[in-house]
Structures are given as structure tokens and as C-alpha cells.
Design a protein around this ligand. Structure first.
Ligand SMILES: NC(=O)C1=CN([C@@H]2O[C@H](COP(=O)(O)OP(=O)(O)OC[C@H]3O[C@@H](n4cnc5c(N)ncnc54)[C@H](O)[C@@H]3O)[C@@H](O)[C@H]2O)C=CC1
Ligand SMILES: O=C(O)C1=NCCCC1
Length: 310
């Protein structure tokens, strides 16, 4: 499957998003027959400014056993080494054998953007017009593509540390984007903001953010890393994919001292409110269950394709 083909995005929108919504809802019910997923185990790769994350998940009722191994790095500006590398392993839960080993970069990009889009579906105000993206890497590209497919923005803005990064981003996406000279310029007046940077310090300040805007905060997945400042964290109603994950791994949550109001799954289950009228932050850390349902989808499609060729 070509990652940039229209067919690929059709699959993301029409198959992956409903499966992810179902998985998030199941996860938040904390029923061990539905989802068993511990908080990610992380090993520091100190010499290389990186981390190895291990992300197992078992969905007993669905018969899905999966684990992702993901290495992610705090790369120097200008580094040509990959920021994130992942491998997804799908196993048979009864026999314990490996059914498939999948390259995990595309799954990671697409499921993360799809979950951010689910947060926006639930928490963004109706009639939103302006999307701002902070960061210009692979997550910025997948978020641009999924968000512009699902929502009708009149304007999309991007800010990156370097103008070349932002211009490269513009050339790599299939649609109009306005390059901004600062993060503040990008986010002033924006209705939806996506932060997808490798930053360890805040890049988004609360006093720039329009009241009622929705922020999907995807970077800063370590307890001492930040993307959002305290003002924004304290002003917003904070949602997460996993409450345990956010309180163990998110510097924005831990260092600001705020409470996670709800998981996205709680909103999908109808047990917590979607405060669309307020400024909202979705703190994304990434979960094994998202990789598990994505890998199952890829596996099922590959199976159906190979069977049809017999
Ligand atoms: N929540 C989740 O499920 C996932 C989160 N991530 C995280 O999302 C972030 C983006 O990932 P990718 O797009 O794959 O990385 P990437 O390296 O392709 O892009 C990172 C972007 O952040 C910018 N950046 C780096 N340091 C910065 C700083 N100090 N200030 C401002 N901008 C800075 C870079 O210039 C680049 O535009 C990373 O923090 C990564 O760990 C990645 C995968 C899943
Ligand atoms: O869920 C993931 O996959 C990742 N989360 C945070 C850092 C990079 C990968």
C-alpha cells in the first residue's frame, strides 16, 4: 500500500477511524476481556538521546495480540537520522506464534493523526475555519492530510523552527498552506492547533490561544518534556488517550500539575462531557491498542488481497 495514495487515505478515514474510536472506548471501560494494555515500558538510550518504548496490548474478545517496539529520539537540528522508528508484531494469542511483523512508521503516523482527528471531532467547536500546525516533520504531514480530509478549514498555517523546514512541508503536502514566521503568528486566531514538534520546552503559550480553541498536543512524550506552557494547561479542559499514560509520561501534565479531566474513550462512552465551548487540550501519548487495531486492519486487508489473488 502506497502511504501517499488516495486509496490509503480512503482506508484511514473509512476503516481506521471507526476502529480507533471503538478501541479508545473499549480501553476506557477498563474491562480486561476487552483490552489489556500496560503503560509503555521505556528504556533510555542515553548515549543516543533516545528511548526504546515497548507497547504490548491484548484484546481478548477480538483475538488480537500485538506489541510495538518504538525508538524515538531528541535529535539535534539538522540531523539526518530518523526521529522515530517502529516495528509492529502481531501474534496469535492461542498459539503464541508471530503472524506478521510490520514496519511501524506508517502505522504510527496514521494512527496518531487519526486519533488527533477523533479528538477534534469530539472537542472542536462547530464552524472552525483556521488550523495551525507547529512542527513540520512526518507527524505534521500525516496530521495535515487527515485533518484536511475530514474537516473543511478555510486556512491552514504552519510554523517550524526553520523556514526551510516549513517550506519543505508545504511542497510535500497536497494543498495550500501559509508559512508563518513565528509560532505566535501561526496560532493567533486559530480554531484548531496541532503541536507535533520534538521540542522539550513549551512552543505554545496560552495567551496566544483563542478562547474555545482545540489543541491536539502530540509531541513531548517524556515526563520532563514540554510543548505547552502552564497558562494553557491551566486554562484548558485537558483530555488524554490514557490517564495513566499522561500522568506517567507527559511533562505538560506532570509539571503543570493539572488533572486530566477525561480520556477520549470516556467521551466516546458518554461517561464524560465534551467541553466544546471551552479551550480544550488533547494530550496524546500514543497507545498499544491503537497500534493493535491498526495492525489488524493492515493484516486483514493483506489477507483479503492475497486470498483474492489465488
Ligand atoms: N503522541 C504520539 O502518539 C506520538 C508522538 N510522537 C512525537 O511527535 C513529535 C513529532 O514526531 P515526528 O513528526 O515523527 O518527528 P520529526 O522529527 O519528523 O518532526 C519534528 C518537528 O519538530 C521540530 N522541532 C524539533 N525540536 C524543536 C524545538 N526545540 N522547537 C521547535 N520545533 C522543534 C522539527 O524541526 C520538526 O519540524 C515527536 O516529539 C515524537 O516523539 C511521535 C509519534 C507518536
Ligand atoms: O505511541 C508512539 O508510537 C510514540 N509515542 C511517543 C513517542 C514516539 C512514539
Amino acid at each position: 500500500m502506497n502511504r501517499w495514495s488516495p486509496c490509503f487515505y480512503f482506508d484511514v478515514l473509512f476503516y481506521l477511524i471507526p476502529r480507533l474510536e471503538d478501541a479508545l472506548a473499549k480501553f476506557s471501560r477498563r474491562d480486561s476481556a476487552e483490552v489489556v494494555q500496560p503503560v509503555r515500558t521505556t528504556v533510555a538510550l542515553q548515549k543516543h538521546r533516545g528511548f526504546l518504548g515497548m507497547m504490548p496490548c491484548y484484546m481478548e474478545n477480538d483475538g488480537v495480540l500485538c506489541t510495538k517496539l518504538v525508538c524515538f529520539y531528541n535529535r539535534e537540528e539538522g540531523s539526518t537520522l530518523p526521529p522515530v522508528q517502529a516495528t509492529v508484531v502481531l501474534l496469535d494469542p492461542e498459539y503464541g506464534n508471530v503472524k506478521a511483523v510490520m514496519e511501524g512508521e506508517v502505522i504510527t503516523c496514521m494512527r496518531t493523526a487519526a486519533v488527533s482527528a477523533i479528538s477534534a471531532k469530539l472537542l472542536m467547536r462547530p464552524g472552525t475555519e483556521v488550523l495551525a500546525i507547529l512542527g513540520s516533520g512526518q507527524q505534521a504531514r500525516s496530521h495535515y492530510t487527515v485533518f484536511t480530509e475530514i474537516f473543511s478549514f478555510k486556512e491552514v498555517r504552519v510554523w517550524s523552527r526553520t523556514r526551510e523546514g516549513a517550506e519543505r512541508f508545504c511542497r510535500s503536502v497536497a494543498g495550500p498552506v501559509i508559512v508563518c514566521g513565528s509560532a505566535e503568528e501561526a496560532v493567533r486566531g486559530a480554531d484548531a492547533i496541532v503541536t507535533v514538534t520534538g521540542s522539550t520546552e513549551p512552543v505554545l503559550c496560552g495567551h496566544w490561544v483563542k478562547p474555545g480553541a482545540h489543541v491536539a498536543a502530540v509531541g513531548a512524550c517524556r515526563p520532563d518534556w514540554r510543548e505547552l506552557d502552564d497558562a494553557l494547561m491551566k486554562e484548558a479542559v485537558v483530555y488524554a488517550d490514557s490517564r495513566e499514560g499522561a500522568t506517567a509520561e507527559s511533562g505538560d501534565v506532570i509539571l503543570s500539575g493539572v488533572e486530566v479531566f477525561a480520556e477520549l474513550g470516556d467521551v466516546l462512552n458518554g461517561t464524560k462531557a465534551a467541553h466544546r465551548e471551552k479551550t480544550t487540550v488533547f494530550k496524546s501519548l500514543g497507545m498499544g491498542v491503537e497500534d493493535a487495531v491498526s495492525a489488524k486492519l493492515v493484516f486483514d486487508k493483506w489477507n483479503a488481497y492475497t486470498t483474492s489473488q489465488l
